[in-house]
Ligand binder design. Sequence first.
Ligand code: NAD
Length: 494
Amino acid sequence: MSKEKIALFTIFGGTGDLAQRKLYPSLFKLYQKGYLQEHFAVIGTARRPWTNEHYHGVITDSLASLNADPAMVAKFADHFYYQSHDVTDAQHYITLKKLSEKLDAQYGLEGNRIFYLAMAPNFFGTIAQHLRSENILTPNGFNRVIIEKPFGHDFESAKELNDQLTATFNEDQIYRIDHYLGKEMIQNISAIRFGNNIWESLWNNRYISNIQVTLSEKLGVEERAVYYDNSGALRDMVQNHILQILSLLTMDQPVEFTEKDIDVEKVKALRSLRPLKPEEVATNFVRGQYGADGDVQAYRNEDKINPDSNTDSFVAGKIMIDNFRWSGVPFYVRTGKRLADKFTRIDVVFKRPIVNIFNHDDVRANDDADAHLAPNVLTINVEPTEGVELQMNAKNVGQGFATTPVKLNFAHDSAATANSPEAYERLLHDALNGDATNFTHWKEVAYSWKFVDVIQKYWDEHTPDFPNYRPGSMGPTASDELLAKDGHEWVYKS
Ligand code: NAD
């Protein structure tokens, strides 16, 4: 059976950063692998008055780092068509419809359409509405829309956006991108959990002490300053990526590994998040903003950032899940900019053995923490290393019976990682296949916003004492204290 997929892509925002950095290279990789062959075409639209020739040059430039065969690149670029289009102008959709129909006939696209909205979300409603009113959706093939984050800035705005989209598309035609769900090791969470009896048997509050999720960035706000300053770490990272990861870590086993069954379990997990009362926010969530250090300027002095900004460039939080499996287990999450390093990792900290028979007297007599055995820790390294690490206790070599923590380590070899598709390539392929497993569904978005809104509202009503962390650190000391007061500590320390 041919693996070729047949579709017309219409990319709104075809001149933008996302299109050039991620979408064109990902489409090209699908082309190289034979998922796209002759029966595909791409319409790039944006306001600039580009010609097709200029557009082909942009496509070619966007693939420069791939060092691909120039003849193949040229053949690929021939499938691209540029249309200057202001998405708020109804007239332009008439031209778009004509071009779509022409390409459909020319490339034999069978009415299959994927609309990629690589633009600011305030345009999504207008685009969806015009796609319907101008009859750009086809009755014979599939019609799917891919949406970028952010999906709203709180529950109300997300609901409004969703209502606008669902006036044109059904939920199963909407593919909300969360690019973390396209990452190899995030997808691997389910394989590790449900493919291994030892883990799934222990994956509950009887054996797990706490779970830590860290999404750490080394850079500052860079070119996303205007957007970021209106958003902050909580909305930019926790509402979507972190809560999605949490739902995969905590959901019950789906009946089958299918989109519908997984969604059911993820929604149950997100519904079980213990909602914070406003007065509990300050004791369960920590926000931070970096100051200056050496050559690194403070957040408030970054280009295009409001000099009085109270936006959080760091957040750490303790999340509880009220269900049979997780009751009593804290989930500590943190993310921020200008931290010690760039990485994403998950640390599952197991409970310690109750008695340390190797150091029996110390534990009993003094309740000396150092005399306890170290906990087993299962670390899922998401990036830049992709792999799994297990810390366990073993005997020190030689005389006596002192124990020492040792590490079992698995990392994908670099050849496998090099061939592993990037998140966007994987997700575009899924969308072509009609598989929305690794996209976020509306109910997941809704429960996530409801959880986050309480925190954001409390923060908006209380002035923070910023700046409160040093660039190159792992955030404010309050983040360490959040765990310390429960008798825990971050597994990763800078
Ligand atoms: P960008 O500013 O580089 O591109 C925006 C595009 O929209 C441009 O092509 C511009 O010409 C077009 N546009 C603006 N107004 C228009 C109008 N009225 N009619 C037609 N076209 C118009 O933005 P970007 O960085 O490519 O981001 C696009 C979307 O993707 C945003 O929602 C952003 O939040 C999201 N996103 C981007 C990235 C990234 O890495 N760039 C990552 C995650 C999410």
